[in-house]
Design a protein around this ligand. Structure first.
Ligand code: TRP
Length: 454
């Protein structure tokens, strides 16, 4: 079965790609990383990484994707037949599957919180605990995230939604969902920004994000910024490569990468502009607001002090859910496309082959946050094991090999042809992008990889 699916419109191309990039990485990982790494200084280093490394690697993925027109593994095989480069594609597919296992679980939490906000259960007091306190929301988080029933049920709900969207196909599924969810996501985001910036102590939060304190910068800050760049821009595991195979021939890759990158970074910064002013204004600076607790404890705590608690809460978790769902879809599409292309499966069947294993693996990941936390491999529970192997090893590895491939083995004309749409448009940065991919990106990515082990 040949696969000639294409995104129908320019908006579709942008919405789907932004949908992949904008995810929990921007909304919850970015503020947490910023907080852990000295505020504005981290932001500056992150932006530098995005420009220096993110955009070129993204363009590399786009070029291979559209040039090969297939799944990551087949692309390498088609472009460089008879070589072992297809193994790079295999790494991508493995990584994507592992990310899928835990990311679906987190997306399930966002749906669960959306639901509990809707029913109001999230804000029901618990006997013996001060209503609206951090303790109360930690207790709720224990139930919704580390419990047994909730996390499993909502993971299943998410798998069901994923199946429905993927079965809809590239246009009626992925493109349509992105076209609806992304604009709504922006409306909600801008609304929150306005509200947060109007809070009494907003200035303190903004200056936290904009006044760098370079004394907090260490080697690990840079490594974190590099890691955040890859994760946030969906690089290194073929998600964007897979989407690029659906780009029409006249899509301008350079322009697309610029729009997607600026939007993606913009969302992260806006999230910072929402969270830090809110934390400062509600006097929660001293609290534990890293990682999971930041969105699932601190934000509900803030909403509970605002008029219209439930409405804000619903909107916030809808925002998270939209961001998470469109990213999960892109991760899943990597394996779906591979099964369609390599095993010549019909889309429906490919979707089931990818999602049915999730019915077993996702609950395992979900439960490893609670009842199965004792099942540990290399000192990590199943969730963290998948996260660590995929994000910290396979992802940079995939990107590293891709850069080496482009620098050394890919057809010399590939990048130029793809970036200039075969000479029909001008793209000024072809030379510099190729140079970065060949000489600068590999050692930098090498640093991330090695740093995991020292
Ligand atoms: N970029 C998404 C986020 O910020 C997550 C994601 C989607 C991703 N596709 C990916 C991460 C591919 C790595 C690779 O949350």
């Amino acid at each position: 079965m040949s696969n000639n699916a294409e995104f129908k419109s320019k908006i579709g191309v942008i919405a789907a790609t932004v949908g992949s990039a904008v995810g929990l990485g921007n909304i919850w990982r970015f503020p947490a990383e910023t907080q852990a790494n000295g505020g504005a200084a981290f932001l500056i280093i992150y932006v530098a990484c995005v420009l220096l490394l993110g955009i070129p690697v993204m363009l590399g993925e786009f070029s291979i994707g559209r040039y090969g027109g297939s799944d990551p593994m087949t692309n390498y095989q088609k472009i460089s037949p008879g070589t072992k480069w297809w193994m790079t594609g295999l790494t991508c597919i493995l990584a994507s599957f592992m990310i899928l296992c835990f990311y679906t679980v987190v997306a399930g939490w966002t749906f669960e919180y959306m639901w509990e906000s809707l029913t109001g259960a999230l804000y029901q007091p618990i006997a013996g605990i001060e209503p609206g306190s951090a303790a109360m929301f930690s207790e709720k988080m224990g139930e919704y995230i580390s419990g047994t029933t909730g996390p499993v049920v909502f993971t299943m709900v998410l798998i069901a939604i994923l199946i429905i969207v993927l079965m809809g196909g590239v246009n009626k599924g992925i493109e349509r969902v992105s076209n609806i969810m992304m604009p709504l996501l922006f409306v909600i985001l801008i609304l929150f920004c306005c509200v947060s910036l109007a809070l009494p102590d907003a200035g303190k939060g903004v200056s936290y994000l904009l006044n760098p304190d370079f004394s907090k910068v260490t080697g690990s800050t840079i490594v974190s910024a590099l890691g955040q760049t890859f994760f946030s821009m969906s690089l290194g595991m073929g998600a964007l490569m897979t989407y690029a195979a659906y780009y029409p021939k006249n899509t301008k890759l350079g322009q697309t990468a610029t729009i997607v990158t600026f939007t993606n970074t913009g969302v992260a910064v806006m999230m910072g502009l929402i969270i830090f002013p809110a934390i400062m204004s509600f006097g929660l600076e001293g609290g534990e607001y890293a990682g999971t607790a930041l969105v699932f404890v601190t934000m509900p705590q803030i909403f509970s002090q605002m008029a219209g608690t439930q409405i804000w809460s619903i909107l916030f978790f809808v925002l998270l859910f939209f961001a998470a769902l469109t990213s999960v879809i892109s991760v899943a599409e990597v394996a779906v496309r591979m099964m369609q292309d390599r095993w010549k499966l019909k889309r429906l069947r490919a979707v089931l082959y990818v999602t049915v294993p999730l019915v077993v693996l996702c609950p395992l990941c979900a439960l490893s946050q609670g009842p199965l936390n004792d099942v540990q491999i290399f000192g990590l529970n199943i969730f963290d094991l998948f996260d660590t192997i995929a994000s910290e090893i396979l992802l940079p590895l995939g990107a590293l090999f891709m850069c080496i491939y482009i620098g050394k083995a890919a057809p010399k004309n590939m990048m130029r042809d793809e970036l200039t749409n075969y000479g029909t448009i001008r793209y000024r940065f072809v030379g510099i992008i190729s140079f970065i991919l060949k000489w600068i990106a590999p050692p930098l990515i090498g640093v991330i990889l090695v740093s995991q082990f020292v």
